[in-house]
Ligand binder design. Sequence first.
Ligand code: TEU
Ligand code: CA
Length: 566
Amino acid sequence: MDQFQDQSAAATQQPKAPSAERRWWHTATVYQVYPRSFCDSNGDGIGDIPGVTSKLDYLKSLGIDVVWLSPIYKSPMDDNGYDISDYRDIAPEFGTLADFDHLVAEARKRDIGIVLDLVVNHTSDEHPWFVESRKGPGNPFRDFYIWRQPAEDGGPPNGLMSSFGGPAWTLDTETGEYYLHMFSRRQPDLNWENPEVRQEIYRMMNWWLERGVAGFRMDVIDYIGKQVDRELVKDGPRLHEYLQEMNRETFGSHDILTVGECWSATPGSALLYSGRDRNELSMVFQFEHVTQQWDEVYGKWRPKPFDLVKLKSVLSKWQYALSDDGWNSLFWGNHDLPRAVSRYGDVAGYHGESAKMLATVLHLMKGTPFIYQGEEIGMTNVPFTTIEQYRDIETINMHRLHVEAGLSPEDFIKGANESARDNARTPMQWSAALHGGFTKGVPWIEVNTNYATINAEAAMTDERSIWNHYRKLIALRKAHPVIVYGLYQSWLDQHPDVFVYTRTLDQDRLVVIANFTPREVPLTVPSELAISGECLISNYEPVDALAVEKIDLKPYEAFAILSQAP
Ligand code: TEU
Ligand code: CA
């Protein structure tokens, strides 16, 4: 037996029957579109809704069932649309409501659902509610937001800090009170304790449901139960009560997909959010596999060295925790995170192999996979060299704060190259044409210089591309219930280089093996996994049989074998 053989989880887990209830989004694959950076239809350098519509056939050929659109509402764009000034209109740079309706209709023709980004923890400071609210304590909208008297010294009411740096409180000099903003000062937090606020939100959600949306991704939804005076922001005492109320008053009667963005989620709270009888959400995004890599003091700006054992333990923990109830979302990246292949793979040495390996490991787990735009062609982080090339408010604020605190600008850029949100926000690379075919004008943020080699057009015509590997994985999920419902079990938990897991459903057993290193790795296959079967997918030559002997895994090799119990 191999020295890394794990004795605990593998030995004790017995296959159980899968949950009886099956939902359409169990089998779906979701694709996240960041509209500003996806496709510019009119040459103003900004991606837009007609641009998304023009790429529906592309998404269909990949096999996508659902598109999650990052915010498209009217917004002053302090945080690229996560600061909404009108929930019932579209930002003019993105198009019109008619463009949106057209997108929904064209998507439906292709069996693709459109999921909206619901940003209701906060609005823009230009939202009419806030414009009224800041007029003063007597205004009917005052209580739509969170206002407090200054502390005794005149400073902020308490120590809450904004995610984008600095205090979460800004003094409104007109009325002498502070308002709360967990993000930029242009994103005041709504007061969810006010029932009128909740009803306004529910009416707005119903308005979109009537327009035919297929679901909602809910921005920082774990914040809405906050109790400000206790400095308690995440997981407040009324959070689940509000979500059940929202479910009852809006989407509960619709068969849609809902996913809450919950940085604070634990396996325990995920069962509250997504449990079968909870009447809350379909699933949550949890970020434990992301945050476990962050430094205790400097957070994401100083990531720890990659540790596969730790990553496996977090991913497996979530697979086990939600195996009977609740549902996982599966993702490596989104618009806030660095590019997956840059973080976990090897862009310089094994770009294609490592990108395909990562896709294989993620897509064969239990849960709904989310692909972030460009991930399917292996888009990478950007080598920006100056702060002027960055656009993101978080990075620009942090740059100021860190440089003021003594960090050299060069060191900051080094960290930003690895961690800044703009790594995910450079334009989608469609072709080898100027600006990657994203725009005929000047893009709002520079295109990654590698677009001549990394682009969708090239990927689609190459049978062995990352794109075709994703396409295969998406199709496999539809063809094999074991991928959707099979019991997950991890193996060789202590192995520092290789990820091994199995999925089991009725007679079907799927074995997934992945080398996370640029080296050849000899692996002793546990005797329980010595099977022969059909190789469903591989990023090298197909492997159809595993014998109890050392096999040599090639750099970033990953494959899956499906066998039937006799
Ligand atoms: O993100 C929530 C959030 O906490 C992130 O800002 C996170 O702190 C950061 O990316 C990690 O460095 C959501 C949206 O996904 C993000 O784009 C918005 O900026 C934010 O909410 C405010 O709406
Ligand atoms: Ca445009």
